[in-house]
Design a protein around this ligand. Structure first.
Ligand SMILES: [Zn+2]
Length: 90
């Protein structure tokens, strides 16, 4: 699937797909300064990813902080489809 849903930010653009891949690292505090800035810039501009991150945080809290859950391939496909739908509106 082609994903042109991108935003500018320090250090280059981050796509929704990139954010989904970085979210586990982000929640573990494993992002470097540059990626963290790009991550924040994307979240600033992208409502879909803010909702996604919020949902991830809530899930982790509900599961008793066992660590970030692995995203199932099916969920991931649904999210990317959602981001694609949002792309035309933002
Ligand atoms: Zn996004």
């Amino acid at each position: 699937m082609r994903d042109d849903h991108t935003y500018g930010g320090p250090g280059g653009e981050l796509r929704c797909q990139d954010l989904v891949e970085l979210v586990t690292l982000h929640l573990e505090g494993g992002l470097g300064d540059r990626d963290r800035a790009r991550f924040a810039a994307h979240l600033d501009a992208c409502e879909g990813c803010r909702a996604y991150l919020d949902q991830m945080r809530r899930t982790i809290w509900l599961t008793g902080q066992l660590g970030p859950p692995r995203l199932l391939a099916e969920e991931r496909a649904q999210l990317l489809a959602l981001f694609g739908a949002l792309g035309g509106q933002i």
